[in-house]
Design a protein around this ligand. Structure first.
Ligand code: BG6
Length: 494
């Protein structure tokens, strides 16, 4: 894992899909911030590859426009000047071999100077295979140890397609060259969770089935599917979010301490967690997973369309925009502790939260007092909108009676003069520096697909009906049916 020191090796960074959403929303702002932080080597060139009939000058204008919108607060003309000067535009078609020959020419002829190249596939998963084959055809998968390929989740759309994609990748690239991004792992709170768990002896003795009642992981989004119906209507919330982002969060909460903070040591521990998740039996899917779709509603006073009314969604689509599921990790540390995972679009608020509820004290000492029973302790790790950690503990209220109140010990991660990094900033620097600790190894992908596979199969045949929830709510009330006991309930806010 990166320690903060060390230089950035020179290389070329090629963005396939340079004019797409991901490039504009995440990659360009993150690369610009790295430029501003002086973390990009002087010799780094960036090639923007896209189908539009543009030239380099037109592209550089585009970069300025994107950054004016998305990084407005931090634009400084000399930095911007330096940044846009790094770009070369390459017009090309992802499926056309001639475009790759041109790209190869550009990279080899010193139009761009570099010892190694990163190929970032900021494109639809359905286009991955064509790019991988075409890169190999012109020899751009070489040199084997140096050139790198970066792919975004989801890796495949089920276990079978994931295995096929992996086979194809391994025909043309070595595992060391492959960077599978799950950008949640680049989020500061997720990395902080590792520090919280493994740098504080206070926590570790409590982090198990003897003290923890259950774990909740919620990623709630108030936005809808934006202009992504083409992808989303095929994917749904289970493939888009739960199989990857939420499952990764689960592994970081549940994993054993690794022998070292190295890529493979970390990933070995995460895989062990995934392998320990109890398989959901065919007949038990209804008891373990709930899906729903947003209907028309209201978010912060603004009317929001239902999923079926979104442009590009198939009529009568039963794609889920909300999923809640319950898993058990059957190992010594966690046996019997339910992990409740939940995510959805068009929910009441943008909020990502890992909430850990502790058990009740073994003896109700306060039974004869006005207190009767004491609410349990929680540890709340918020990823969004703010990054913070809270602990809820009981204190006695001042006064004659034995009354308590819950006090939140609030450890905001940031000092007032600090800013959070965007996940992509961290991850892009890791790609450039060749650190794979926060990237996904294929066995993680494979086991995560195995975990959700029974749910996917069950829903694939139940195509007639999907329950709905109003946009702006916290999802269907039915999501509460997953809980193992009456005193468990979803935690919507930290
Ligand atoms: C992406 C999903 O991976 O993550 C999107 O495809 C989702 O549907 C996004 O909105 C959420 O990421 P973030 O970092 O904006 O919370």
């Amino acid at each position: 894992m990166r320690s903060g020191a060390g230089g950035v090796p020179p290389c070329t960074f090629v963005i396939f899909g340079a004019t797409g959403n991901l490039a504009s929303n995440k990659l360009l702002p993150a690369l610009y911030r790295l430029e501003a932080a002086a973390r990009l080597a002087e010799s780094l060139s960036i090639v923007a590859f896209s189908r539009r009939e543009w030239d380099t000058a037109r592209w550089r204008e585009h970069v300025r426009g994107v950054l004016a919108e998305r990084a407005a607060g931090m634009l400084e003309e000399p930095v911007l000047e330096r940044f846009v000067a790094r770009f070369v535009y390459q017009r090309g078609d992802l499926n056309d071999a001639a475009s790759y020959r041109q790209l190869d020419g550009l990279l080899r002829k010193g139009g761009v100077s570099c010892s190694s190249t990163v190929f970032y596939l900021a494109i639809k998963p359905a286009e991955f295979a064509a790019v991988i084959r075409n890169l190999e055809a012109v020899g751009l998968n070489q040199p084997r140890g140096l050139n790198r390929v970066v792919l975004e989740k989801p890796f495949g759309e089920d276990i079978e397609s994931a295995l096929m994609l992996n086979q194809l990748l391994h025909q043309h690239f070595d595992e060391e060259q492959i960077f599978r991004i799950d950008h949640f792992l680049g989020k500061e709170t997720v990395q902080n969770l590792l520090v919280f768990r493994f740098a504080n002896t206070l926590i570790e003795p409590l982090w198990n089935r003897n003290f923890i009642d259950h774990v909740q992981i919620t990623v709630a989004e108030s936005n809808g599917i934006e202009q992504r119906a083409g992808y989303y209507d095929r994917a749904g919330a289970l493939r888009d979010m739960l199989q990857n982002h939420l499952m990764q969060l689960l592994t970081v909460v549940a994993m054993e301490p690794p022998p070292a903070l190295e890529a493979d040591a970390l990933r070995d521990e995460k895989v062990k967690v995934l392998r320990s998740i109890r398989p959901i039996a065919k007949g038990a899917v209804r008891a373990h997973a709930i899906r729903a779709q947003y209907a028309r509603g209201d978010i912060d006073g603004v009317e929001a369309a239902g999923y079926q009314q979104e442009v590009g969604v198939e009529p009568n689509s039963v794609t889920e925009t909300f999923v809640a599921a319950k898993f058990y990790v059957d190992n010594w540390r966690w046996r019997g502790v339910p992990f409740y995972l939940r995510t959805g679009k068009r929910l009441a608020r943008q909020s990502s939260l890992i909430a850990i509820r502790f058990r009740h004290p073994p003896q109700q000492l306060f039974r004869e007092t006005p207190l009767e029973s004491v609410a349990p302790n929680w540890v709340l790790l918020s990823l969004q909108p703010e990054e913070s950690m809270r602990m809820e503990i009981h204190v006695k209220q001042p006064g004659l009676d034995m009354d308590t109140r819950v006090m939140q010990m609030n450890a905001s991660f940031l000092k007032t003069d600090e800013q959070t990094l965007d996940a992509y900033e961290t991850l892009l620097l890791d790609v450039i520096e060749g650190d794979r600790s926060l990237f996904i190894r294929f066995d993680e992908v494979e086991w995560a697909w195995r975990v959700v596979d029974p749910i996917l199969k069950h829903w694939a045949v139940e195509r007639e009906y999907i329950p709905t929830y109003p946009a702006g709510s916290w999802g269907p009330a039915e999501a509460a049916r997953l809980f193992d006991s009456d005193d468990q309930a979803w935690r919507n806010a930290p």
